[in-house]
Design a binder for this molecule. Structure first.
Ligand SMILES: Nc1ncnc2c1ncn2[C@@H]1O[C@H](COP(=O)(O)OP(=O)(O)OP(=O)(O)O)[C@@H](O)[C@H]1O
Ligand SMILES: [Mg+2]
Ligand SMILES: [Zn+2]
Length: 477
């Protein structure tokens, strides 16, 4: 039997069979039900997320012999022909390979004739942004005087390249990249139907690699199933796509932070010898840094495309946000070079030596020191406070604000937090458990926590001093 690739075999034929894109689907269904169908649609969004598939389902819905419906019957001649791409009333044009004005001229002739069998004549133009300016002009003329019973559905991964004169005449639908969970759930159900055994971790990495696109995920699953005989594991995924797990990036980042360039280069080369593609390492490391950045910024876990354990390990990475953003910036500056170089390995080594060098240089500046284990260092205290406040931001902005105004002293295994006033102290006491667990997470060790209040006298003095400073300052005199 001829093998049908998964992406075609499992192409959804009904709106309800699509994963995600709920916002698009509900407005399309609404339009079909109410019978208010526009004459031009544009489906914009990244690759492999269901644009062409939705265009075909919409065409089926509009032309089904049972009448316009949100659940096409799949049995009538029109439905069957659309499934097989053979309908005479649904014309698919690939904008990327038919960039020429001739095709659009042909289209302009064609729209003059009524649909033969269905209610509408439907033109689906894929990758519409690739049309030439002349072709766009010809298309625009048709859109300006839309023939009745003709519907255009344009799909594009690059709506910025579609002239605004065209865009403004279309109803626009934005397709989203799919989440890790959506992709892995879809792939799991395909694996079940195909009797493919696959571990949860393998599914996870497959979904990460699919990078928002179900089609990419399906293609990788398809390939894996053809060479793995028993259960597919994460190592099979890594082998096939030259991809490394996050523990690899964790190790590299640790060595970068330590400033051990030699170890970094050894690790990189070991990864490459194990089959990782240098471009993939670049991409993986950059995404890993992004994940660290998101976690440190306090975003909820679903924004970070890593598993729970991996996120927990990220929490322990000691890296200030400033340094992190500087590192991300350096990585992005290398993107073009990685893409164009014929010796990516050298480019990657150069990138990592820049990262190590940059990091060691910035830690020499005392202002940027990040060592809250050193109680003698006043910045250390400030850092612990910032960290605590940052992490609490997500949980309770109010508590984070209170922490912003406290004093934190730390000696050995004692941490003393002194609140500014009675109200703040009560809030801190009420949240002692939360504070302890967040602190434990930051410090990675045991401690006792004492909650105090700064003496009022001190507060007054502080205020008085500030006022005095203000009045004594040069500018005011
Ligand atoms: N939202 C989705 N739900 C289920 N399957 C999907 C979805 N999106 C894509 N697929 C799978 O991927 C295949 C390709 O999807 P489709 O051609 O619709 O993508 P596209 O957005 O048009 O991509 P491109 O921009 O590359 O043309 C489908 O046949 C289907 O197997
Ligand atoms: Mg498409
Ligand atoms: Zn039908």
């Amino acid at each position: 039997m001829v093998h049908r690739v998964f992406s075609l075999k499992y192409r959804p034929q009904d709106f309800d069979d699509l994963t995600g894109q709920g916002h698009v689907l509900s407005s399309l269904k609404g339009a079909i039900k109410s019978g208010r169908i526009g004459h031009a649609f544009i489906f914009a969004g990244p690759r492999g997320v269901g644009k062409t598939t939705t265009a075909r389902i919409l065409a089926k819905s509009l032309n089904c012999s049972e009448g316009s419906t949100i659940h096409p019957c799949q049995k009538c001649q029109s439905c069957k022909e659309i499934t097989l791409s053979r309908s005479i009333d649904v014309i698919e044009i690939d904008g990327a390979s038919n960039r020429g004005i001739d095709e659009i001229r042909g289209l302009r002739e064609g729209v003059k004739y009524s649909p033969l069998r269905g209610r509408y004549k439907i033109y689906i133009i894929d990758e519409v942004h690739s049309l030439t300016p002349d072709a766009f002009n010809a298309l625009l003329k048709t859109l300006e005087e839309p023939p009745s019973k003709v519907i255009f559905i344009f799909a594009t991964t690059n709506p910025m390249k579609v002239p605004s004169t065209i865009l403004s005449r279309c109803q626009r639908f934005v397709f989203k990249r799919l989440s890790l969970k959506e992709i892995s759930t879809r792939l799991k159900s395909i694996a079940d139907l195909e009797n493919i055994k696959i571990t949860q971790n393998a599914l996870h990495y497959l979904a990460v690699r699919a990078d928002g696109s179900i089609r990419d995920g399906e293609s990788i699953l398809d390939q894996l199933s053809s060479f793995v005989e028993s259960e597919i594991t994460e190592n099979d995924v890594f082998k096939l796509i030259g991809f490394m797990g996050s523990s690899f990036y964790f190790e590299i980042l640790e060595q970068v932070i330590k400033g051990d360039l030699k170890q970094v280069i050894l690790l990189l080369n070991k990864g490459i010898e194990d089959g990782a593609d240098p471009v993939e390492i670049y991409r993986g490391f950059t995404s890993y840094l992004r994940a660290v950045f998101l976690v440190k910024t306090g975003l909820p876990d679903e924004y970070v495309e890593l598993s729970g354990d991996e996120i927990a390990s990220l929490q322990n990475i000691e890296l200030e946000r400033e340094k992190l953003t500087a590192m991300l910036e350096i990585c992005l500056r290398f993107e073009e070079m990685v893409r164009r170089s014929i010796n990516v390995r050298v480019v990657i080594e150069l990138l990592f030596s820049k990262l190590v060098f940059n990091l060691s240089r910035s830690s020499e500046s005392p202002r940027k020191m990040n060592n809250d284990k050193d109680t003698a260092n006043p910045n250390g205290k400030a850092n612990l406070k910032d960290k605590l406040s940052n992490r609490l931001q997500n949980f309770s902005p109010k508590l984070a604000g209170i922490i912003h105004d406290v004093e934190i002293e730390r000696s050995d295994k004692n941490i003393i937090i002194s609140a500014k006033n009675d109200f703040s102290k009560r809030q801190l006491e009420g949240n002692r458990k939360v504070l302890e667990s967040v602190l434990k997470n930051i410090l990675n060790g045991d401690f006792t926590l004492t909650l105090n209040m700064t003496e009022r006298k001190q507060e007054k003095n502080h205020l008085a001093e500030t006022i005095k400073d203000l009045f004594d300052s040069e500018e005011i005199k």
